[in-house]
Design a binder for this molecule. Structure first.
Ligand SMILES: *Cc1c(COP(=O)(O)O)cnc(C)c1O
Length: 470
């Protein structure tokens, strides 16, 4: 649990490179299909990278969700699965790991993050409630809306500006919180939905000072704080790097303190926790835990497995402890930054500062001739695939969906193409190939035309929508 050795070595001896705190024991072959095959694959997928076959992809930066490489220890844990229907010992190991590192009292396992979002939304939201949050996340907001809640964005304005260099662009704007309380009354706000490193804002962190101030505000108004802990390890890294009082604290210590200002958390364990599937809900209030346990048996599975196999819970318990190690988190964030620096050196417009899990290319500036209703970020994802078989994804107008009241597209300020880096999977050489391909697509930008949507599903349309070139 100590600070990164590289940091202290660097201070002593001048230049020191960092390297991954692991070596490769098993490899999975990958290859690039031909340009004609890529065109056919792209057409068959309706120009939507979510509809492509993984075998047609060379370097897969679609998501960091469930794509991590597990360690030899986690694989050994898989062999220790206790597949009892009830009371598996792996559940108790998982519960102990969450209590130790995150500090919450009651743990409810779920099949993945959205299972936990469903439970907590149904357990705590009444129709007509308002749910302030530091920017929306797709599944989180949908579950809040399905439970009858109305999402209100209370992130600081800087988060919507892709070049603003604010060190904590995930922060909550307390004036926006106060305005909402004045307008609707605190009794209409069951909780603040706080995300550590804001995915949709480019993986931007929340400062410890901000969560402390938010806690004080919420205590005054009896509002709870529920944390989307999906990428809190990365958030803790930014606190260590950017808030002076935390420079000598470990990621684990920072994580624990941050969580202590919140009342509950939900987790997509497929991210920070280094497993391929899994999630959990952890809460401090007994009555919320009881409601969630009543529902978990309906929607997920018994409260001691929640949709996971015993072996999966064991790998998760081990992943929780491995993922929080300082050297691991530092090398992960630095690999993301390595790719970001290559792109910035070539003047390719990306979201700054570079966040924890992904590079977000600013498609509005990249394709400044393509209007937002012709899906510039979706276009860029398709062009990148056509150039090199690198898979990315859209985070712009397609992901934002339609306004439930008016039925119109929601036009977010940020129109981004996300290159998400899986944990412990690719090398710097892969990052070089990705950067060079983006450069080639950038150089050809003026000849590129946008897309039109030819099929649109009702929910979370970005997953299954289909497009054609204009
Ligand atoms: C992935 C994610 C979720 C949803 O989790 P799943 O495991 O995909 O269901 C929720 N919040 C954030 C910030 C995420 O990145």
């Amino acid at each position: 649990m100590s600070k990164s050795k590289f940091q202290t070595m660097g201070q002593q001896f001048g230049r020191r490179s960092w390297a991954e705190p692991w070596k490769i024991k098993m490899v999975e072959p990958i290859s690039m299909i031909t340009a004609e095959e890529r065109l056919k694959a792209c057409q068959d997928a309706g120009y939507n990278t979510f509809l492509m076959r993984s075998e047609d992809v060379y370097i897969d930066l679609l998501t960091d969700s469930g794509t991590s490489a597990m360690s030899d220890r986690q694989w050994a844990g898989i062999m220790m699965g206790d597949e009892a229907y009830a009371g598996s010992r792996n559940f108790y190991n998982l519960e102990a790991a969450i209590q130790k590192y995150y500090g919450y009292k009651y743990v409810v396992p779920t099949h993945q993050g959205r299972g936990a979002e469903h439970l907590i939304s149904q357990a705590t939201i009444t129709k007509g409630d308002y749910i302030p949050g530091n920017m929306y996340f797709t599944t989180t907001r949908l579950h809040q809306e399905l439970a009858g809640g109305i999402f209100v964005d209370v992130i600081i304005d800087e988060a919507h500006d892709p070049i603003d260099q604010h060190p904590f662009k995930g922060n909550v704007d307390l004036d926006k919180m106060a305005a909402l309380v004045d307008k609707v009354g605190a009794e209409k706000i069951p909780y603040v939905s706080l995300a550590g490193t804001v995915n949709m804002a480019g993986g931007q962190p929340v400062s410890m000072a901000n969560v402390k101030a938010l806690r004080a505000f919420c205590d005054k108004h009896s509002i709870r704080i529920y944390l989307d802990a999906t990428r809190m390890y990365e958030n803790a890294f930014f606190i260590q790097e950017r808030e002076d009082e935390y420079a000598d604290k470990s990621i684990a210590e920072i994580l624990f303190e941050f969580c202590s200002y919140t009342d509950a958390a939900w987790m997509s364990a497929k991210k920070d926790n280094l497993v391929n599937i899994g999630g959990w809900l952890a809460v401090n209030q007994a009555e919320v835990a009881e409601k969630a346990r009543n529902m978990v048996v309906v929607y997920e599975g018994l409260h001691t497995y929640g949709g996971m196999a015993g072996r999966d819970m064991e790998a998760l318990a081990i992943g929780i402890a491995e993922g929080v190690e300082d050297d691991h988190v530092a090398s992960r964030v630095r690999q993301v930054r390595y790719l970001g620096k290559l792109l910035l050196d070539w003047d390719i417009p990306i979201m700054e500062p570079v966040g924890g899990h992904a590079i977000f290319v600013d498609a509005k500036r990249f394709y400044n001739h393509i209007p937002q209703d012709q899906f510039p970020a979706q276009t860029l994802a398709a062009q990148l695939y056509l150039d090199s078989g690198v898979r990315s994804m859209e985070r712009g107008v397609v992901s934002a969906g339609r306004d439930p009241q008016t039925g119109d597209h929601r036009y977010p300020a940020l129109e981004l193409t996300r290159l998400t880096i899986p944990r412990r999977v690719y090398t710097q050489a892969h990052m070089d190939v990705v950067a060079e391909s983006i450069k080639a697509v950038y150089d050809a930008r003026e000849q590129t035309k946008g897309l039109k949507m030819v099929y649109e599903p009702e929910y979370l349309r970005f997953f299954q929508a289909r497009f054609e070139p204009i």
